[in-house]
Design a protein around this ligand. Structure first.
Ligand code: 5RP
Length: 238
């Protein structure tokens, strides 16, 4: 069964996402091990990759998903899946982001998938980020809260430790506040407000050093290429 995620009429942001997703998918070559990112832009990339597999243009690829969501999509689109433990390399990883700074450092984790995303994206020979132009920021933390995955038993004490680092944490709740968001690993997410993150490498390490933290959404020094969709009037360029 194929999922129908293509909309006949597209707003400019969706149009940008399609363009960069298609451009990124076209960089994958036969025989590659591919890291599949998570989120709406990565989902489109998976769809375009699936098109290339289905029409026979791409053969013998294997994909490592970064979330349950991306593994379901890969299955739907006929992309063969493998796991981190089974591969000896990842040739290319393609993923979205919530913020991108001028040094190509990122905030990720808007979909609560950043722990597995970092494992896959950091291991890739080439890590490509696909975003629409609204994600470009002058400094990280200025438009998006920083996601931190925490063990459920420790979220209060981790929250206090994050406050000592200057952050204002809030527990991520599911839609309609029915309960907390639970990650694929069974953990919780604290979204932390830092007004502006000027030293992302230091903050990334400091947060990951708090007992009870699995991973935070700062991706520093990992990105090789950012594909940005830009709207100039009706024009979209990649
Ligand atoms: C999920 C992520 C996503 O890549 C990020 O949230 C961007 O998503 P989208 O392409 O839907 O804007 O980090 O954890």
């Amino acid at each position: 069964m194929l999922l129908n995620t293509r909309k006949p009429v597209m707003d400019p942001v969706t149009h940008m996402k399609h363009e960069v997703a298609k451009a990124a998918a076209s960089r994958v070559q036969s025989g590659m091990v591919v890291g599949l990112g998570s989120g709406s832009t990565a989902a489109l990339m998976i769809q375009y990759l699936g098109d290339r597999v289905r029409n026979g243009e791409l053969t013998n690829i294997q994909a490592v998903p970064t979330s349950f969501q991306s593994s379901v999509l890969a299955n739907e689109y006929g992309i063969p899946l493998t796991t981190l433990n089974e591969v000896d390399r990842i040739d290319i990883a393609i993923d979205g982001a919530d913020e991108v700074d001028p040094q190509r450092n990122l905030i990720k984790g808007g979909g609560a998938c950043h722990t597995r995303e970092k494992l896959v994206d950091a291991r890739a020979e080439q890590f490509i980020v696909v975003v629409d132009s609204s994600k470009l920021v002058e400094a990280l933390g200025t438009t998006f809260l920083l996601p931190v995955e925490v063990l459920p038993e420790a979220y209060i004490q981790v929250g206090k430790a994050l406050e000592k680092l200057g952050g204002k944490p809030e527990l991520r709740m599911a839609v309609k506040k029915a309960g907390p968001v639970v990650t694929d690993q069974g953990n919780l997410v604290l979204d932390v407000k830092f007004d502006r993150i000027d030293q992302p490498a230091e903050l990334e390490k400091a947060i990951n050093n708090i007992p009870g933290v699995l991973e935070n959404g700062l991706f520093v020094g990992l990105t090789d290429l950012v594909l940005v969709g830009e709207v100039d009037g009706d024009r979209v360029s990649v």
